[in-house]
Design a protein around this ligand. Structure first.
Ligand SMILES: [Fe+2]
Ligand SMILES: [Fe+2]
Length: 307
């Protein structure tokens, strides 16, 4: 939240009664939206497909967002002073504002997981320790390359959620659905930012793909171990049948992740750019469905003029 306030202070202007000047993020079509989700205690314990395996999987991802996205923000902010392109400067402001809000709202969601007995905050704290160590030992450009790799993950996972109605229907709590859909929309709105900063500060191809390979190993190790811990805390570690079913849903031949393999591998193309995955129409459609009066997020958004 501190980061959001800082970003807004530097970019906002006082609204005029008739005409309010746009913020930097709005100019770049990456408007930070202030949301206020309320996760009630009666939220179903297994809000994804009524599956302990799958719910704890998405809860593991959520638990890593507050510290993870703070790292993304810092790694881009390190290079803000080196960027002269006015559009990219505006995009950086939008990126920082959006990611700061994601951290805040996922923290609220993680607090709900804690109420369900899952140690989500503990996972996040441990990731924080690891990332503080990474900040100390890795040069700034390596940290940025890590963010570029992970932003590719978030962009393709988010695009899949926006495109797949059955995936959306599996999120059986309305407030949780709003959180994940809002996050998915914004991940795609700002998917070029870290990549373009990386290119503008001289980031190269081999460094980018080498980092992606290392990040992939860490990503699966951290998410996999976190998932096992949440399953154990939920006393479902030995629910063999339920776990195999959930695993098959993610990794089976028609599972969510094998379907993403072509998009993941596209990152390894020398000329790859995040905009090669065209989401313009998809985002226009979802902005309409989410942000128009009566839309999915109409009750949550606290600064609707920024939609
Ligand atoms: Fe995010
Ligand atoms: Fe992001």
């Amino acid at each position: 939240m501190t980061q959001l306030s800082t970003a807004d202070k530097s970019t906002d202007t006082q609204p005029h009664p008739q005409q309010r000047r746009q913020t930097a993020g709005e100019r770049a079509n990456i408007p930070p939206r202030r949301m206020d989700f309320e996760f009630a205690e009666q939220t179903p314990r297994y809000w994804y497909r009524n599956s302990p395996f799958l719910t704890t999987f998405w809860s593991t991802l959520s638990s890593l967002f507050p510290e993870g996205e703070t790292f993304f923000v810092d790694s881009v902010r390190n290079f803000r002073k080196d960027i002269t392109d006015p559009l990219l400067k505006d995009q950086i402001s939008g990126f920082i504002g959006q990611e700061a809000m994601h951290s805040k709202e996922h923290q609220a969601f993680n607090d709900l997981a804690e109420k369900h007995g899952l140690p989500a905050n503990k996972l996040d704290k441990e990731l924080g320790v690891l990332l503080r160590f990474a900040r100390k030992i890795l040069p700034a450009k390596h940290q940025l390359a890590v963010t570029v790799a992970l932003e590719h993950y978030t962009a393709i996972l988010a695009e899949q959620l926006l495109r797949d109605p059955s995936h959306q229907a599996n999120i059986q709590d309305p407030e949780a659905l709003k959180l994940w859909m809002w996050h998915a929309l914004e991940e795609n709105e700002h998917k070029v930012v870290a990549y373009d900063v990386y290119r503008q500060v001289g980031g190269g191809y081999l460094h980018r793909i080498f980092t992606m390979l290392v990040v992939t190993l860490f990503f699966f190790a951290i998410v996999g171990s976190g998932h096992l811990r949440l399953l154990a805390a939920d006393k479902k570690l030995f629910d063999i049948k339920g776990n195999l079913k959930g695993f098959w849903y993610l990794w089976g031949p028609k599972g969510l992740f094998p379907k993403l393999l072509p998009q993941y591998l596209d990152f390894f193309r020398p000329g790859f750019h995040p905009n090669d995955h065209d989401t313009v129409q998809l985002l226009d459609d979802w902005r309409g469905k989410m942000l128009s009066p009566g839309g999915l997020l109409a009750d949550q958004i606290r600064n609707p003029q920024r939609s």
